[in-house]
Design a protein around this ligand. Structure first.
Ligand SMILES: *Cc1c(COP(=O)(O)O)cnc(C)c1O
Length: 467
């Protein structure tokens, strides 16, 4: 929109938009003073919003594809992104935005700066949206030198889908070099991979399925020294246990399909970013508010918008996130300890076990949010994902897996119901033997998502299966 020749009609809508944004900012400020559980239950949806929605005390689901405008001035202002509006549900939608505001508040809890979120149709869509905007070659090189080959530096201990996105879609198809970090605990290994062609640093914490961890603050410092954003996939921890932005990360990606949507009724993802992030490439808008930039431009053009119905499902699950994660983490600690004593179990990966390789780092970063209010002092919690290998190799692991009677056999995690999988034949099948060796996913590894059932019943099922 040409701002120099604005008609009074357009100016009126821009002014109305400014008022709407001020009201939202005020409500955000009100909610930022509340505790985590209160934010999870209410988000930005307050009494005034309810009265504008027939009094509904739950955020309404808006399933219409598009928005009607009062007149051409209203439409023009909205389509120029000069006032809050949603226009068309691929770009935005009121129900999606309730979820986005809640996510930004939860992930930004305890972080003093501004945080914004945009939701996407899956965790993978969120990871694509969080990384792809940085994968651009500088158009010209001042010295006339050939630019250094584009690359990204990422932890090899990551989700199978992420491994495929990076190694196949980015590296094999587009020539973006992926520099895998084998031991994410080793900050020197990260630092040694960065050069002039690097565009971003990506880590998963804790990782699925190996529960690998890294020093977020240390890695953020390294990334920032090179003007690079640190992107953290924090799906397994959720903001109830870890909020990477507090420790210097710039962008967090979440698969909302997992613990944040623990009922397992929706596939969804989110990109949550602090404002004013570092980047060697891209327009100023990308740095100023990355999540909003992604929402308004790349996500609009690539098209992985989230269904409003799925947004509502995730909102419902989020309300009880903290108490569920606390309960399931306590249960997981017991299950992990029990497994590590079992004679047929070889190794147990769980960040809460003192014998675990990354335990000290996990202990530094993974705390139950507002835990002191329940337990009198801050308390470590390590989530509800663990993995273990059994003696006797792949055939033994398959026998144990096949004998489970209550714990579901499914390629899934984050559930309120206990679920197990063998990553080598499921989530990490397609990356092949070499890829699994790189990510340290042996064939006899069983991944276990500890659900909300009574701990004794979970252990009983494992006992008969291992027996
Ligand atoms: C499942 C998962 C993803 C992908 O999420 P989808 O919603 O299935 O696309 C990304 N990262 C981690 C750690 C995951 O567990």
């Amino acid at each position: 929109m040409e701002t120099t020749t604005l008609s009074p009609g357009l100016q009126a809508y821009i002014a109305r938009g400014a008022q709407m944004m001020a009201a939202t900012a005020q409500q955000r400020a009100v909610m930022r003073r509340k505790r985590f559980d209160t934010i999870a239950v209410h988000g930005l949806y307050n009494m005034e919003a309810a009265l504008a929605n027939q009094g509904s005390i739950i955020e309404p689901g808006y399933f219409a594809t598009s928005q009607h405008f009062e007149n051409s001035d209203h439409m023009e202002t909205a389509l120029a992104y000069q006032m809050p509006s949603w226009t068309y549900a691929r770009i935005a939608n009121p129900t999606q935005s309730y979820l986005e505001e809640t996510l930004a508040l939860l992930e930004g809890y305890g972080y003093p700066g501004e945080v914004s979120a945009t939701v996407a149709s899956s965790g993978m869509a969120a990871i694509f949206m969080a990384t792809n905007p940085f994968l651009v070659q500088e158009s010209s090189n001042a010295n006339g030198h050939t630019p250094t080959r584009l690359n990204i530096v990422a932890s090899a201990k990551c989700y199978g889908g992420t491994f495929m996105l990076f190694s196949q879609r980015y590296q094999a198809e587009r020539g973006v070099e992926v520099r895998w970090v084998r031991n994410p605990l080793d900050l020197d290994e990260w630092a040694s991979q960065i050069d002039a062609g690097t565009r971003l640093v990506f880590g998963e914490m804790p990782s699925n399925p190996g529960l690998g961890v890294f020093d977020i603050a240390g890695l953020a410092e390294i990334a920032h020294r090179h003007d690079l954003p640190l992107i953290v996939d924090s799906t397994v921890a959720t903001p109830a246990l870890l909020r990477p932005l507090q420790h210097g990360a710039d962008i967090v990606v979440q698969s909302l399909s997992k613990t944040m949507g623990s009922s397992g009724m929706a596939i969804a993802g989110a990109v949550i970013a602090r404002h004013d992030i570092p980047s060697r490439v891209g327009p100023e808008e990308l740095r100023a508010n990355f999540a909003m930039y992604v929402k308004l431009l790349p996500l609009r053009d690539h098209g992985p918008g989230l269904s409003p119905f799925s947004a509502l499902m995730i909102l419902n699950d989020l309300r009880t996130l903290r108490s569920k994660v606390d309960r399931m983490s306590r249960s997981s600690e017991q299950v992990a300890a029990w497994l590590s004593e079992h004679p047929t179990v070889e190794t147990v990966n769980y960040p809460g076990l003192p014998s675990f390789d990354g335990h000290a780092i996990a202990q530094k970063y993974m705390w139950l949010v507002d835990g002191a209010d329940d337990y009198g002092a801050p308390i470590n919690r390590y989530g509800h994902l663990l993995s273990f290998t059994v003696k006797g190799g792949i055939p033994a692991a398959r026998r144990v897996f096949d004998r489970l009677q209550m714990i579901w056999r499914a390629t899934d995690l984050g559930r309120i119901k206990s679920v197990a999988t063998i990553p080598a034949i499921s989530t990490h099948q397609q990356q092949g033997e070499a890829g699994r060796a790189l990510a340290q996913v042996p064939g006899n590894l069983i991944r276990l998502n500890v659900g909300g059932e009574h701990t004794a019943d979970i252990i009983a099922d494992l006992e008969q299966a291992l027996g």
